[in-house]
Each structure stands twice: as structure tokens, then as C-alpha cells.
Design a protein around this ligand. Structure first.
Ligand code: ADP
Length: 486
């Protein structure tokens, strides 16, 4: 069992209409600790019945919630934020137990996740509209922003808490109500947020959380429901495309945060130490399982060997193990399928001439989900790691000669989420930043994620932005009032 102070944060029922309830079928599904493979919970396995009822309740709750003032909604959100911070250690433990990431990192996620709630508590009263000078003498034009309606959200396992608050906080701030389906691998962090939402005073039905082992069944209800006006999804590009097609029938507003294939470019004039530290942070966070993790490292010829040497020794210092053990910085991967996929990518790269300078295999017992942090030198564009999202602790390092060449390689992908580059030449910084076809560019910075900046992609990495002043717009619709003065 999980050793937490607030035992009631560990819930196994679905959170519908403000109550934790069993599935009507009485079915449950197991949740495992990916480090020990021990079962840690058995959670309600919701289906279409629960999805329909949660949507109905959210629709009813919307009629009242939308009439609250921004200040009133903001106060409840602020309380929710305070509670998340007050119980951050418990929330982080639950997160580590079900997801595997080291406790320090889990705590970082809880704080990051809570920061969206704090931010949108403030933004709730700033959904300003406009007054437009009339186009005719008798006309006055007013623009209102109103909540879009019931929101359906589907979230992944790699950030089981923050991906929820990043969607729910702006939606609630805007005046929407939400039905959320967390990943089947990590439903516990989501349910814990439900406990604290009730404690913060969120009215029943405003937020509903449906754990399920049958994502397509709930996805179908969400996308086909006429009551749901907005779909917000974070996950793989393949599932995102499917949901987009499904949502097309009822023409829903959509936000999609999909896969990435981030380039991490190091120019000859870069500060080598900083580039190495940045590459380690950007590649191995969450055992390489984030959509903004650098996927392809491109290093200019002049410093290629020096980079490989320093990077390899920094990567060797990364300690693997149980996320609850002090000093561990890389936890297990999420499931066997994920390790198998990384193994296949590494052997493909080796067959095509890559050179392993560290790592390259599973760590510990044969069934362990720990995969050693790996560096693949001499990577080339014919390798699968060039095209595919690795989603694991493996860093292929490509050599390049000119700026033009590296921009072409960096953009040679259907993805366009995060990108990074290191260098000092000011005119080149501006040129490269403009040339990269990505929604986010880290310049001498390995991180692009913060509440106050817009997060999101272009191309097949999706549409819409989360966080920042732009994030709330995803949950608002514009209405114009054309007023003829009598
Ligand atoms: P990942 O590779 O990160 O697991 P997925 O896209 O498979 O990405 O999963 C992200 C979320 O999408 C999870 O909550 C998962 O349950 C959900 N999901 C997967 N397939 C479907 C589907 N057909 N309909 C609705 N949700 C789905």
C-alpha cells in the first residue's frame, strides 16, 4: 500500500456528480507499480453508461457554473491550488507509485500541475471581450466571450496529474464543466485531484473523472455526444487523428497535444557544459517519456567528439532504480511494450552503424522495466530513431556541418512540438528560431514548459495551446452583439 498521510486521497471509484462510485457493471481493473510490478489498486472500470451519466450531470452543472462570476470560480480554484500544495507530498507519492518517475520529479510535476490551477484562478476574471466602433452610424458592436460548454478531456500516463490540471483549470475558469478520462495506467493521481476539488468547494458535476480500461468505449461516447462541445486530448498522434475524425461529426471545438520529434541542436559556438547539462535534462526527464523530450541530438562537426565524450560521462552518472529511493534520477519505463519498443529502435540503429557509448540494455532482472540511459553516437537519417518518437532514455547523436543542413534535418518530420538549440551568434539565433517549424523553441534552454508560456505544437503535433493567457481561449467562444440604436 502507499504510505500517505491523507489516506482518503487514494480512491478507487469513479468520480461522478461529486461522488466516488463503482461502475454499474461492478467491473474493476488493476493498477500496477511499474518498478515492482505489484498491484497497488483496483479501480472502477467505467463504460458507456458512466460516460453518458457523467456528461448529463456535467451538462446540468454547466447551467449554474457558467453563471458564477469569474471571481467566484477563481476563489474555488485558488482553494483547490492551496490544497494541492498542502498535500503535495502525498500526491507525489501516489504519482511515483503508479507512474514510476522519481519522487523529486513527481513533486515537481505536482507543483507544475498546481501552478496551472493558481494561474487560471487568476485568469478566471480576465476573459475580456471587446467593444468595436460601429460600421454604420446607428450600430454598436460588442464582443462577448462565453464558456464553450461541457468539455471532454482525455489524458496520458506520462504526466498523470499536470496534464489534467492543464486542461481542467482553464476549462473551469472559463465557466465550462468537465468530464475527464485519465490513462488506464495512471488513474489514481486523477482521482486524488477529485477528492481535493470537492474539499475546495467545487459543486457536484462540475468535474467528473472516469477511469476505464476501455478507452475507445468512453472516447466514442464523448466524441458522439451532442452535449459535449469541446474535446481536449493529450496523447499519441495516432489516437489524436482518430478522435479528430470522430469529433468531426458533431463539429466540436478541439485541442490536440500530440507526439513530438524534438531536435536538440548544438552549434560549434555553444557553451559546451551548458549544452551537455541541457541535453541530459531534456532527454532523460521521466526516463525519456515526454512529448517534449529531445528525440534527435544534432551536434556540429567542430565539437562533435568533445560533446559525445562529455555527454556520455554525464549520462553515466544517472542513477536508475525505484523512484522512491533517494538519489534515483531515472525510474522504470511505464510498461513492457515501451521497453520492447526502445529495444527495437536501438537494435535497428546498431544494425545501421550507430556506436553505443553508454547504456544500450535493460537494467537488472529480465522482467525489469528499467532501461539504461543510452547514447548512440554516429546516428544517421536512415535509422528509425530519426523518424520515430523514441519515448525512452535513448539519445541518438547526429553530426552536421552547416546551419542550412541542420535546419533541413530538424524540419524533416511530420511533427512540430518542441525544439531546442544552443549557440551564441545573435543573428543565427534569430534565423534558426524563425526557421524551425515547431510550436516551441528552447534557445540555450532545455525546457519550454511553464504555466506562463503557451505550450503546443504545429504540423501533426496538434493544435491549440495550453497554459499562459492563451490557454483559456480554448474553452471560450466568441459572440458578437450587433446593436442597432433606436
Ligand atoms: P500513449 O502512447 O501516450 O499511451 P495514447 O494516445 O495511446 O498515448 O493514450 C493517451 C490517452 O488516450 C490515454 O488516456 C488512452 O487511454 C487514450 N486512448 C487511447 N486510445 C483511445 C481511443 N480509441 N479513444 C479514446 N481514448 C483513447
Amino acid at each position: 500500500m502507499i504510505d500517505i498521510q491523507r489516506k482518503d486521497l487514494l480512491q478507487e471509484g469513479a468520480f461522478i456528480g461529486g461522488q466516488f462510485v463503482a461502475a454499474s457493471s461492478q467491473k474493476q481493473f488493476p493498477v500496477y507499480n511499474p518498478y515492482s510490478s505489484a498491484q497497488i489498486a483496483s479501480v472502477a472500470d467505467c463504460g458507456a453508461t458512466e460516460a453518458k451519466s457523467a456528461i448529463d450531470l456535467a451538462y446540468t452543472a454547466f447551467q449554474t457554473w457558467k453563471s458564477y462570476t469569474g471571481t467566484e470560480r477563481g476563489r474555488i480554484l485558488r482553494k483547490w491550488y492551496d490544497l494541492q500544495r498542502a498535500h503535495e507530498k502525498d500526491l507525489a507519492k501516489i504519482l511515483t507509485m503508479e507512474q514510476g518517475k522519481p519522487f523529486r520529479e513527481a513533486l515537481g510535476e505536482i507543483r507544475y500541475g498546481a501552478s496551472f490551477v493558481e494561474w487560471f484562478a487568476e485568469e478566471a476574471r480576465r476573459t475580456y471581450g471587446d467593444v468595436i466602433p460601429g460600421h454604420q452610424r446607428d450600430k454598436r458592436i460588442i464582443v462577448l466571450k462565453q464558456p464553450v460548454g461541457v468539455v471532454a478531456a482525455i489524458t496520458p500516463w506520462n504526466f498523470p496529474s499536470a496534464m489534467i490540471t492543464r486542461k481542467v483549470a482553464p476549462a473551469l475558469a472559463a465557466g465550462c464543466t468537465v468530464v475527464i478520462k485519465p490513462s488506464e495506467l495512471t488513474p489514481l493521481s486523477a482521482l486524488a485531484l477529485g477528492v481535493l476539488a470537492t474539499e475546495a468547494g467545487l459543486p457536484p458535476g462540475v468535474l467528473n473523472i472516469l477511469p476505464t480500461n476501455n478507452a475507445p468505449e468512453i472516447g466514442n461516447v464523448m466524441t458522439s455526444s451532442k452535449l459535449v462541445k469541446k474535446l481536449s486530448f493529450t496523447g499519441s498522434t495516432a489516437v489524436g487523428k482518430l478522435l479528430l475524425k470522430q469529433a468531426a461529426d458533431s463539429v466540436k471545438k478541439v485541442s490536440m497535444e500530440l507526439g513530438g520529434n524534438a531536435p536538440f541542436i548544438v552549434f560549434n559556438d555553444a557553451d559546451l557544459e551548458k549544452a551537455v547539462t541541457g541535453a541530459v535534462a531534456s532527454k532523460y526527464t521521466n526516463a525519456g517519456q515526454t512529448c517534449v523530450c529531445s528525440n534527435r541530438l544534432f551536434v556540429q562537426e567542430g565539437i562533435y567528439e568533445a560533446f559525445i565524450e562529455k555527454f556520455t560521462s554525464a549520462v553515466r552518472e544517472q542513477t536508475l532504480g525505484d523512484g522512491m529511493t533517494k538519489g534515483v534520477v531515472i525510474g522504470p519505463m511505464i510498461e513492457e511494450k515501451a521497453v520492447a519498443s526502445v529495444e527495437a529502435l536501438v537494435s535497428d540503429a546498431l544494425e545501421k552503424g550507430a556506436r553505443i557509448t553508454c547504456g544500450g540494455q535493460r537494467h537488472g532482472a529480465p522482467q525489469s522495466l528499467l532501461y539504461e540511459p543510452t547514447v548512440l553516437a554516429d546516428a544517421s537519417t536512415d535509422m528509425a530513431v530519426f523518424r520515430k518518437e523514441i519515448f525512452g532514455p535513448v539519445a541518438p547523436v547526429f553530426k552536421f556541418d552547416t546551419e542550412e543542413e541542420v535546419i533541413a534535418m530538424a524540419n524533416d518530420t511530420e511533427y512540430g512540438l518542441a525544439s531546442y538549440f544552443y549557440g551564441k551568434d545573435h543573428s543565427r539565433i534569430w534565423r534558426v528560431a524563425e526557421a524551425l517549424e515547431y510550436g516551441m523553441v528552447g534557445i540555450n534552454s532545455p525546457s519550454v514548459s511553464t504555466t506562463v508560456a503557451p505550450f503546443g505544437g504545429v504540423k501533426e503535433s496538434g493544435m491549440g495551446r495550453e497554459g499562459s493567457k492563451y490557454g483559456i481561449e480554448e474553452y471560450l467562444v466568441i459572440k458578437q452583439l450587433m446593436w442597432a440604436v433606436q
